[in-house]
Design a protein around this ligand. Structure first.
Ligand SMILES: [Zn+2]
Length: 1022
C-alpha cells in the first residue's frame, strides 16, 4: 500500500524540486458587440512575461470558444460521454467560434498550428526565443461568433454570457505547459495578471463584469438602474411574474446609440462579462475586517425575481463569511448575475459569478455562496482545477457546507432527500453520497483528473468527499487550529498556484501531525477506513476495549462511552491504527461504547461502530421496522414491510407481506421476502431472495455477488380432473462484475448459476383416470457473459449464454447443451430519437437424439417468449400455461423476441435445432398526436428446423410481423398492436379463431423492475 501511495505521489512531489515561479500576463482587449449577428469584433493584445528559468520558443494558446465549432472538439466528445446529444445534433447556426485570427508580434505575423489535433489549442511560434525575464507583446484582431448556450460561453437571444471568450495562454509552471481543451466538467488553470477591457455595445445593455468599472457614465447608469429596481421592488402593486423571456428570449429593442465601458482588473486569472437589456440591479456593500469596503451587486431578470430580491443579502453574507473565516476579500466588488447557464447551477469568475435557475431560496443562497466562495478557492488561490478538481471544489465545499450548517442548521440532507426517506438517519449528505458509490465499489479516488471522472463521481469525489474529510480534519485538530492553518495557507499562497503537495506540506508543517490518512488515504486512494469495536471487558478499575480497523486508512477516531443514547461520560481522540488495537479506559456506568459518535470520520460500515455494555447481542443494534426504504440509519437494524397483493390464474388472489432491508447506501447482505397466502389454491406461495456482496479493491472483479433466489407458485390447473400443479424453483448464482474503465463507458459481467425446478405433474392410470401428482425435477446450469457499451450515439449490449439442462424423463447423461448470442444496438438519428435493433441466434450444441424425435422438447427454442415456453420458470406470468384468453397474451421479450402469442397448441416459431431473429423498433420521427410512448416495431424470425432431423415442418420457416407499441422502462412494460404479419402467423391465429383483440400482446417484466436495482442504477448520465 505504501508503495502504491508513493507511486501516485511521485509526480506531485516531484514538482517541489524546481523553485516556484509563475508567468505574468497583461491583457488589453477592445471589442464591439453586434447583437443582431451575435458576434463580437475587436482586438486582443497581451504582454507575456517569462519568469521561468526556461527559454520559450512557442506559447500554447487556448482558443476555448472554438470548442463550439464542430463535433471534433474535446468538449463535443465529452458531452457525448455524458449522454448529451444536444450539441452533436445542433445545426451550424447554433455553433460558434473564432473567425479572422491573425497573431502578430511587433508588426510581424506569427505562425501557429493546432496543438495535438485540438481545435481549441494552438502552438503559437514566437518570432525569436523568449529568454528568462524577457517579455513579448502579442496581438490579433478577432471576430467571435457567439454560440448558443450549450455550456458556459453562449447567448440566449440577446442575453450574453461572455466567458472563456478571448485567447488565453496555457499555464507554464514547474511542471511545464498545461494545455487543456475546453471541457464542461473539468475546469481551468490560468496565469495571473491584469486586464484592461473596453466593451462597446448598445446603450441600453446592463453589463456585469470582472474588474473595476472605469467609466463614470456607466456607474451613473447602474445607479439609476438600482434606484429603479428599488422602486419596483418596493411598489405595493408589484405583481411578480415569471417571464419566460429568461429562457425563451423576448427582448426590448436595442438602442441605436452605442456606449463604451472600460474595466480594469489586477491579480486575476480570468475575465468574464454578462450583458442583458432586461437586468434589474441591486447594489450593496460589505465592510471588511480591515475596514476596507467591498461593493456588492446582483443583476437578475424577472425569472425567479421573488428569490432574487433577497439575493443581495446572500452575496453580502457570503463575502463577510469567507472574509472572516479565510482571509480578506482582495477585489473591489463581488457580483452575482442571474443568466443562462447550461453547465451546472452556477459558475465562478473573478469578482463575478453566474447563477442559473435555483428553484428555492435556500438553494439560491447556497449556490451564490458556493460561487462567491470560489473567489478565495480558485480566484485568489489559483489551483489547477483540471487536474485537481478536489482542491477548489472540495475546499470551497467544506466552507459552503459550514455556511449552510450555520444559517440552515439541521438541514444537511433536507435539500437532497425528502423527509420520509431520511428515516432518522444521521448520515451527512457528503457521507451518504460517498457511501452510495463506495458500497458498490463504483467510487473513484478524488485525485482523479476531471476528465477521468464519470459525472456522478465528479460531483461526489471533487466536492463532497474532500469537503467531508476536511471537516474530519477540523474536528481532529480543533476548529481554531484548523482555521488558523487555512488562513496562513491563504496568506502565503494568494495570487499564486498552490499544487496539492504545497497544501499537504503546509498543513503537516502547521499541524505537526501525520496526515497520511487524509492525503494518501482519503484523497489519493479509494481505500477504506472501517473501525469496529470487537470487545470490551472490565479489568479492575479499567475497561479493556479491543478495536479493529478492517480498512487500510488509519485516520484518528474518537472513542466515547455513553450513559444513554447521547450523553457522553467519557471520550477521547485516538490516533489512527490498522488491524487490532487494545486500549484501557477508566471504567464507569456506561451503557454503550461508540467509535466516532459525531459522524466526523468516513467509516465504511458504521453499523459495527457501537457496542452495548450489557445484554444479549451487544453488537447488534435494536430492530426498527419501517414502511419505506430509507437512508441507512446505523443506530438500528432496519427492515421494512408492506402489505403486498398478487394474482395468477392458478393460485388466484394472493395476500402477503413484502419484507426487505433495502437502504441507501445498500447493506452488504440484502434480502427480500415476499410470502403470500393464495386464496384460490389455499396454499403458501411467494418469492425469497438473498444477495451478499464482496467489493475487492484490486484484481479483475469490481463486485462479486452471491445470489440465492427461490419461488413457489401454481402453474397449471385442470378443471376436468380438478387438480392444480405447482412448481418450486431454487437458484443460487454468482455474479462477477469486471472492474470497468474509469469513464464507465462499458460494463462487463459474468454470471454462473444453477437452478432446480421441482414441478408437479399429473399421474394417470392406464384408462386415463387421474391418480394424483408426481414430482419431476429439471436441473439447469448456466453461464452468461454480458457486455455493455454506453456510447450514447449508439449504445450497445451483447450477451453470450451457455446452458446445460437435464430435463425430467430423460437421463442425466443425455442432457442438452444450448448456446445463444444476443446483440442490441440503439443508434440515435436525432437528439431524442432512436432506432433499436436486436439480433438473436440460438442453437442446440449437442447431438442428443431426442431432439430428432417427433415431439417438441420443453426446452425447444422459441421465436416468441410465451408462458409455456419458459421451462426454466425464470419469469413471472399471470397465466403461464393458458391456452387462450387475456393471460395467454402475455409475453417476455427473450429468445426470438417476437410479439405474437398463438398459444402452445401450435408449434409456430419453435425449434429443436436453431433459430435466428431480428427485432427492430423505432421512435416515431414525428410527434404523435397524443402524449403516449408510441413506437413502431418489426420482427423477423427464422425457424431452423432442418429436413430429416425433425418432424416439425409445421410452418414455413420465415416469420415476420410488425405494428405499433406502447412501452415504458426499456420495454419492461409494453403493449403490442400488430398491423402486418406473415402468412403463417395469420393462419395460425385464424385456426385459433382469434379476433384482433386476441392478437394484441403485452409484457410486464416485474423481476427486472426491482427496487434494489433501480436504487443502484441512479446515475446522472441517465
Ligand atoms: Zn464550484
Amino acid at each position: 500500500m505504501k508503495k502504491h501511495f508513493l507511486f501516485v505521489l511521485l509526480p506531485i512531489l516531484g514538482q517541489a524540486q524546481i523553485p516556484y515561479f509563475q508567468q505574468e500576463v497583461h491583457y488589453r482587449i477592445d471589442v464591439t458587440l453586434d447583437d443582431s449577428l451575435h458576434q463580437i469584433q475587436g482586438r486582443w493584445e497581451m504582454d507575456y512575461v517569462n519568469h521561468s528559468p526556461d527559454t520559450l520558443s512557442y506559447i500554447l494558446i487556448h482558443l476555448w470558444a472554438n470548442a463550439f465549432q464542430d463535433r471534433s472538439s474535446a468538449f463535443a466528445r465529452q458531452k457525448l460521454r455524458q449522454n448529451s446529444l444536444e450539441f452533436h445534433f445542433a445545426p451550424d447556426s447554433r455553433r460558434g467560434g473564432y473567425r479572422d485570427l491573425a497573431f502578430a508580434a511587433a508588426g510581424k505575423p506569427l505562425l501557429w498550428e493546432p496543438w495535438e489535433g485540438h481545435t481549441d489549442i494552438i502552438r503559437l511560434m514566437l518570432p525569436e526565443p523568449l529568454a528568462p525575464k524577457r517579455q513579448i507583446t502579442l496581438n490579433t484582431p478577432f471576430t467571435l461568433q457567439i454560440p448558443a448556450s450549450f455550456s458556459r460561453l453562449g447567448h440566449v437571444g440577446q442575453s450574453y454570457q461572455m466567458t472563456q471568450w478571448y485567447p488565453k495562454p496555457a499555464v507554464y509552471d514547474r511542471a511545464g505547459w498545461h494545455p487543456m481543451p475546453y471541457l464542461e466538467w473539468g475546469e481551468y488553470y490560468s496565469e495571473f495578471g491584469s486586464f484592461d477591457v473596453r466593451l462597446t455595445l448598445p446603450e441600453n445593455y446592463v453589463v456585469g463584469a470582472t474588474g473595476r468599472l472605469e467609466s463614470p457614465e456607466e456607474a451613473d447608469f447602474l445607479r439609476q438602474k438600482a434606484a429603479a429596481t428599488e422602486a419596483y421592488l418596493n411598489d405595493p402593486d408589484r405583481s411578480p411574474h415569471h417571464d419566460p423571456a429568461f429562457t425563451l428570449g423576448t427582448f426590448p429593442p436595442s438602442s441605436a446609440a452605442m456606449k463604451t465601458i472600460r474595466y480594469t482588473a489586477d491579480n486575476v486569472h480570468d475575465f468574464a462579462w454578462f450583458a442583458d437589456k432586461r437586468f434589474r440591479v441591486q447594489k450593496g456593500q460589505v465592510v471588511q475586517p480591515s475596514g476596507a469596503v467591498t461593493d456588492t451587486w446582483v443583476m437578475f431578470t424577472d425569472e425567479e425575481e421573488e428569490l432574487w430580491k433577497d439575493a443581495l443579502g446572500y452575496v453580502n453574507r457570503a463575502v463577510a463569511f469567507y472574509s472572516t473565516l479565510v482571509g480578506e476579500y482582495p477585489y473591489p466588488h463581488a457580483t452575482a448575475v442571474q443568466s443562462a447557464l447550461s453547465a451546472g447551477g452556477g459558475m465562478e469568475y473573478p469578482m463575478i459569478t453566474v447563477i442559473g435557475l435555483s428553484g428555492n431560496a435556500q438553494g439560491l443562497d447556497e449556490v451564490i455562496t458556493h460561487e462567491v466562495g470560489h473567489n478565495w478557492f480558485y480566484g485568489v488561490l489559483g489551483f489547477n482545477e483540471r487536474d485537481h478538481a478536489w482542491m477548489d471544489e472540495g475546499i470551497n465545499s467544506y466552507y459552503d457546507h459550514r455556511y449552510s450548517r450555520r444559517y440552515y442548521p439541521g438541514s444537511s440532507l433536507d435539500s437532497y432527500v425528502p423527509a420520509f426517506l431520511q428515516g432518522g438517519s444521521k448520515l451527512e449528505a457528503g457521507e451518504a453520497a460517498y457511501l452510495y458509490l463506495a458500497r458498490q465499489n463504483r467510487d473513484q479516488s478524488p485525485a482523479t483528473t476531471s476528465d477521468g471522472f464519470d459525472v456522478i463521481n465528479y460531483f461526489i469525489q471533487s466536492y463532497e468527499k474532500p469537503a467531508f474529510v476536511l471537516r474530519y480534519l477540523e474536528q481532529y485538530l480543533g476548529r481554531e487550529a484548523f482555521d488558523a492553518a487555512m488562513q496562513a495557507f491563504y496568506r502565503e499562497w494568494q495570487f499564486r498556484h498552490p499544487a496539492p503537495a504545497d497544501f499537504r506540506d503546509f498543513l503537516i508543517r502547521k499541524s505537526g501531525k501525520n496526515l497520511d490518512w487524509l492525503f494518501e488515504g482519503f484523497i489519493y486512494s479509494k481505500q477504506r477506513q472501517d473501525y469496529t469495536i470487537r470487545n470490551a471487558r472490565r479489568v479492575g478499575e479499567e475497561l479493556e476495549v479491543e478495536m479493529v480497523n478492517r480498512g487500510r486508512i488509519a485516520g484518528p477516531v474518537q472513542l466515547a462511552a455513553l450513559s444513554g443514547d447521547t450523553q457522553t461520560l467519557w471520550s477521547t481522540w485516538l490516533e489512527g491504527f490498522t488491524g487490532v488495537q487494545t486500549i484501557r479506559i477508566p471504567a464507569g456506568p456506561y451503557r454503550q461504547l461508540v467509535l466516532d459518535p459525531g459522524h466526523y470520520t468516513l467509516d465504511f460500515q458504521r453499523r459495527n461502530n457501537a457496542m452495548r455494555m450489557n445484554g444479549w447481542l451487544r453488537k447488534t443494534a435494536p430492530l426498527r421496522p419501517g414502511i419505506w426504504p430509507t437512508l441507512e440509519n446505523t443506530s438500528f437494524t432496519q427492515f421494512f414491510f408492506q402489505p403486498a397483493i398478487s394474482w395468477n390464474a392458478y393460485d388466484g388472489l394472493q395476500f402477503g407481506l413484502w419484507v426487505h432491508n433495502t437502504t441507501i447506501p445498500g447493506p452488504r447482505l440484502s434480502y427480500n421476502f415476499l410470502p403470500f397466502y393464495a386464496f384460490g389454491s389455499r396454499t403458501l406461495t411467494g418469492n425469497a431472495s438473498f444477495r451478499y456482496r464482496w467489493l475487492p479493491l484490486s484484481g479483475p472483479w469490481r463486485v462479486i455477488e452471491g445470489h440465492l433466489n427461490g419461488k413457489q407458485y401454481g402453474y397449471k390447473k385442470n378443471e376436468i380432473h380438478d387438480y392444480r400443479l405447482s412448481y418450486r424453483r431454487v437458484a443460487p448464482s454468482v455474479r462477477l462484475v469486471f472492474r470497468d474503465g474509469e469513464s464507465r463507458m462499458s460494463q462487463h459481467t459474468l454470471t454462473g448459476g444453477m437452478a432446480w425446478v421441482d414441478q408437479q405433474a399429473p399421474q394417470f392410470d392406464e384408462s386415463g383416470i387421474y391418480e394424483g401428482k408426481t414430482k419431476t425435477t429439471t436441473h439447469i446450469q448456466t453461464a452468461v457473459y454480458e457486455g455493455r457499451n454506453n456510447n450514447p450515439l449508439q449504445p450497445s449490449r451483447w450477451r453470450l449464454a451457455w446452458e446445460r439442462s437435464a430435463l425430467p424423463g430423460l437421463s442425466q447423461a443425455t442432457a442438452f447443451h444450448k448456446g445463444s448470442l444476443t446483440f442490441q444496438i440503439a443508434p440515435a438519428y436525432q437528439q431524442d430519437k432512436r432506432l433499436y435493433f436486436r439480433f438473436f441466434a440460438g442453437a442446440f450444441l449437442d447431438k442428443n437424439p431426442s431432439r430428432k424425435g417427433l415431439s417438441l422438447l420443453p426446452n425447444a427454442w422459441s421465436l416468441s417468449g410465451q408462458g409455456f415456453a419458459d421451462y426454466r420458470f425464470e419469469e413471472s406470468f399471470f397465466g403461464r400455461s393458458q391456452q387462450e384468453g387475456l393471460w395467454s397474451q402475455q409475453i417476455h421479450l427473450q429468445e426470438g423476441g417476437m410479439k405474437f402469442a398463438t398459444g402452445p397448441a401450435q408449434r409456430l416459431g419453435r425449434s429443436n435445432n436453431w433459430i435466428l431473429a431480428l427485432n427492430a423498433h423505432a421512435d416515431l420521427p414525428f410527434r404523435f398526436p397524443l402524449p403516449l410512448p408510441v413506437q413502431a416495431y418489426f420482427d423477423l424470425g427464422y425457424n431452423g428446423s432442418q429436413k430429416g432431423q425433425t418432424a416439425i415442418p409445421l410452418e414455413k420457416p420465415l416469420l415476420w410481423s410488425g405494428g405499433l407499441s406502447l412501452t415504458a422502462f426499456s420495454q419492461r412494460i409494453g403493449l403490442f398492436f400488430p398491423v402486418v404479419s406473415s402468412q403463417n402467423i395469420r393462419q395460425t391465429y385464424a385456426q385459433n379463431g382469434a379476433s384482433y383483440w386476441n392478437k394484441i400482446t403485452f409484457t410486464l417484466d416485474l423481476a427486472r423492475l426491482n427496487l434494489q436495482n433501480a436504487l443502484e442504477e441512479l446515475d446522472v448520465r441517465r
